[in-house]
Every structure is written in structure tokens, then in C-alpha cells.
Design a binder for this molecule. Structure first.
Ligand code: JCZ
Length: 241
């Protein structure tokens, strides 16, 4: 998979050189190219923002540098389907594991990283016309810019790309993969500062361990994320014959 990122803070993305995704990049499974939006300006001050039409606080990113940047990034790509341009924004649909899975199957992703009060709305429409566009938010809170949100999405999608993770089996059992939170994990020692590992995990009874883990998943999800249980129930009734 190839990921392009357009941003006014290219140095922010140097963390993608390390860890899991860094190794995947070194092996050529994942290609990440970072572009500086200011390289697509033509004035002495490399201006990317201006005051909003209609008034209001803050600045909005002007469309011209974005148009040139997207043209340059998408130039020569005749692939089918065209690249997906993701606009991280708190005004987008919430990013979920299912969306991460969808992104991981894309041939090419482009992250358009806004700052200030966001990007001129016409850029989103332009991307949707020339490629495919998607506005996505991480959650119901506001960041100062899209870089951290983009990084989270790249990591969540990137680790699902075949060949990026060492052990693909570990993916199947983690939180959100089946609509439930993960069961609690323990390692040695069996007793630590007066706190003991649940006895069933030491029993060697694999059936009992599986049943205990499932019960823990259900209990934990009901307690901290009842909304996930409601979602799963709604999905089950929607797909019932
Ligand atoms: C650009 N501020 C892009 C996304 N989930 C979430 N919260 N905040 C954002 C976000 C904030 C931004 C920009 C300027 C995304």
C-alpha cells in the first residue's frame, strides 16, 4: 500500500519511521510519502491560509495550494479504483475498526492534513470529483490539527495490511474485532504484591479458559461500553432472516 500525506508539518510524521510501521516500510510492504503543502504555494511568505468568508474567528486553508498538491500527488495514477483522499476532521464520520479494515484494503491512501479552522470546503468536493474523498473524525473531541488524527488512522489501517504484523493471528482476538472489548491478560509471576492471576488461567483446561475469557469480554463490554452491545444486537436483528 502507498500512503501520501500532505501537511504543513512534515516533520511530525517522522515517528512513522520507527516501530512496526517503520519495519514494514523498510521491507517495502508499506510506502509512505510526506509532502509539504507550502511547496505548492507561490508567494514569498508561502501562505496557506486566509480569513473566512462570512466572518468568524480563525483562519481557513486556501484552496489553491491544496489543488496543486492533490494534482501532484495523484498525477499519473490511472489505477482502479482511484486513491482515497482522507480528510481527518471532527466534522467527519467517526473512524472505527471497520473503517480501518476498509482503508487497509486500499491500494493508495492520501491524507489531507488541515490546520487552523480547517480547509476550504471546495477542496473536499474537488477531491471527491478527481479521486474519492472521505471525511473522518477520531472521536468527539477537537485537536489543533489533523496530524495526530492522521497518524492514528495510518497506524490502525497500516497494521492490518497483510505482511505488516509479525503474527496475524494476534489480530483476530483483539478489542473491537468482533464488536467486544478484549479479555484481560496476565503474565508471570502468578502472584505479585498480593495480587493473584485468576486460577482458571493456571488450570490448563482450555475449554474453561475460553469460556472465562468470553465471559470477561461480555462483562467488561457491558460495564464500560454498553453502546457496543446495542450495536451488535441491532446488527444481528438486521441480518436475521
Ligand atoms: C484541522 N483542526 C483536523 C479530528 N477527531 C478529531 N478531532 N479533531 C480533529 C481535527 C482537528 C483539526 C483539523 C484543524 C482534524
Amino acid at each position: 500500500m502507498r500512503v501520501d500525506i500532505v501537511t504543513i508539518f512534515p516533520e511530525f510524521f517522522s515517528v512513522l519511521d520507527v516501530s512496526l510501521l517503520g519495519r514494514a516500510r523498510a521491507r517495502g510492504v508499506l510506502e509512505v510519502v510526506v509532502h509539504d503543502l507550502r511547496d505548492f504555494t507561490h508567494d514569498r511568505h508561502r501562505t496557506v491560509d486566509d480569513t473566512p468568508y462570512g466572518g468568524g474567528a480563525g483562519m481557513v486553508m486556501r484552496p489553491e495550494p491544496w489543488g496543486e498538491a492533490l494534482d501532484a500527488v495523484l498525477e499519473g495514477d490511472a489505477g482502479d479504483p482511484p486513491p482515497l483522499v482522507v480528510f481527518p476532521t471532527p466534522a467527519g464520520r467517526i473512524f472505527t475498526q471497520a473503517i480501518a479494515r476498509d482503508l487497509s484494503r486500499e491500494r493508495r491512501l492520501v491524507f489531507a492534513c488541515g490546520r487552523y479552522e480547517g480547509i476550504d470546503e471546495r477542496v473536499v468536493r474537488y477531491a471527491a470529483a478527481g479521486a474519492r474523498g472521505a471525511e473522518r473524525g477520531l472521536g468527539d473531541y477537537v485537536l489543533t490539527g489533523c496530524e495526530v488524527a492522521a497518524m492514528a488512522m495510518i497506524e490502525a489501517a497500516g497494521r492490518l495490511v497483510p505482511g505488516v504484523l509479525g503474527n496475524p493471528l494476534s489480530l483476530a482476538e483483539e478489542s473491537h474485532e468482533e464488536g467486544l472489548l478484549e479479555y484481560p491478560s496476565y503474565t508471570k509471576p502468578a502472584s505479585w504484591r498480593g495480587l493473584d492471576v485468576p486460577g482458571v488461567l493456571l488450570s490448563g483446561d482450555h475449554g474453561a479458559i475460553a469460556a472465562w475469557r468470553r465471559e470477561q469480554q461480555l462483562e467488561r463490554t457491558r460495564r464500560v461500553r454498553p453502546d457496543l452491545i446495542a450495536d451488535a444486537a441491532a446488527e444481528a436483528s438486521a441480518s436475521a432472516p
